[in-house]
Design a protein around this ligand. Structure first.
Ligand code: SAM
Ligand code: SF4
Length: 275
């Protein structure tokens, strides 16, 4: 049977970060409920593919999937199981934000089949997180990782950003080393992109923030790669590093042009030679 990836987009966040142009808004209960109801209907429409494919990865991304009540995530995964065949060791990832999780939520995800957590850490410096408009501080990151591990989910990614306003090479390396100390299986390291229409773009154009120059930004990336490799993380994509056998299978699927279905606003699919 052919293998299939499923992506589900949850377009809600507690607060919009200053740099982010992803499809996400700060929803209210009614919008979130209506959205999940529509999402579930959309999943049912794709039943036609269910007999031809075996689902080996599911990725619930956003936005911030952990910003909505956990029972919605369970409902979505139940619906996927009702309409598709999932491989026994299917990789099921969910993106979370450190400011939005607690033990109950993580245990509920685990119970619903989630076996991989991707956490947006971005930086371990309080001043950098504040400039990014994040809702959490470095201590929340440490606590959240502990909660995930205590719940028994040990396949964890952390997103880290570099080239941030007022960041220097040393402060980036300190953040990276702190993230490495968290003993994660995967680290994504993204260079900041100043996106049109964001508050950060406005600040940048007005000269209100200083960014590291191009040489420093590149030095951060190359130092980051070297430090990660020294700690056993192998680079398998431009921005992705993992310890052996913990590459994100869902992500690799995109690069290998494996078929996938995307559900929800802004999600796209690539199946039966059609995009
Ligand atoms: C959907 S978010 C991850 C989950 C959650 N929404 C959060 O931010 O904690 C995906 C990741 O994309 C990265 N990202 C978003 N906007 C970016 C930008 N303008 N430049 C570089 N990386 C960006 C961040 O590292 C972020 O964690
Ligand atoms: S970075 Fe994550 S939490 Fe921040 S606005 Fe974008 S999707 Fe939401």
């Amino acid at each position: 049977m052919k293998k299939l990836g499923i992506y589900v987009h949850i377009p809600f966040c507690e607060k919009k970060c200053h740099y982010c142009d992803f499809t996400s808004i700060t929803g209210n209960n009614e919008i979130i409920r209506n959205y999940v109801n529509a999402l579930v209907k959309e999943i049912r429409l794709y039943k036609v593919h269910s007999t031809d494919y075996l689902v080996d990865t599911v990725f619930i991304g956003g936005g911030t999937p952990s910003a909505i009540d956990e029972y919605y995530i369970r409902d979505i995964l139940d619906e996927i199981r009702n309409y598709f065949i999932l491989e026994e060791n299917c990789e099921i990832s969910i993106e979370v934000n450190p400011g939005t999780i607690d033990k109950k939520k993580i245990l509920s995800y685990k119970d619903a089949g989630v076996n991989r957590i991707s956490m947006g850490i971005q930086s371990m410096k309080a001043n950098e997180l504040a400039l990014l408009g994040r809702i959490h501080n470095p201590e929340d990151v440490t606590k959240s990782i502990q909660i995930v591990k205590e719940a028994g989910i040990n396949n964890i990614n952390g997103d880290l950003m570099f080239g941030l306003p007022h960041q220097n090479i040393d402060s980036f390396i300190e953040s990276l080393n702190e993230v490495i100390q968290l003993n994660l299986t995967h680290i994504s390291m993204y260079g900041l992109i100043i996106e049109e229409g964001t508050l950060m773009n406005y600040w940048y154009k007005k000269g209100l923030i200083n960014l590291p120059d191009e040489d420093d930004e590149r030095t951060m990336y190359h130092h980051g790669r070297r430090i990660l490799e020294e700690h056993g993380f192998k680079q398998y994509e431009i921005s992705n590093f993992s310890i052996p056998d913990f590459e994100c299978r869902h992500n690799i699927g995109y690069w290998k042009l494996k078929p996938y279905l995307g559900f929800g606003i802004s999600a796209h699919s690539n199946i039966d030679s059609k995009r």
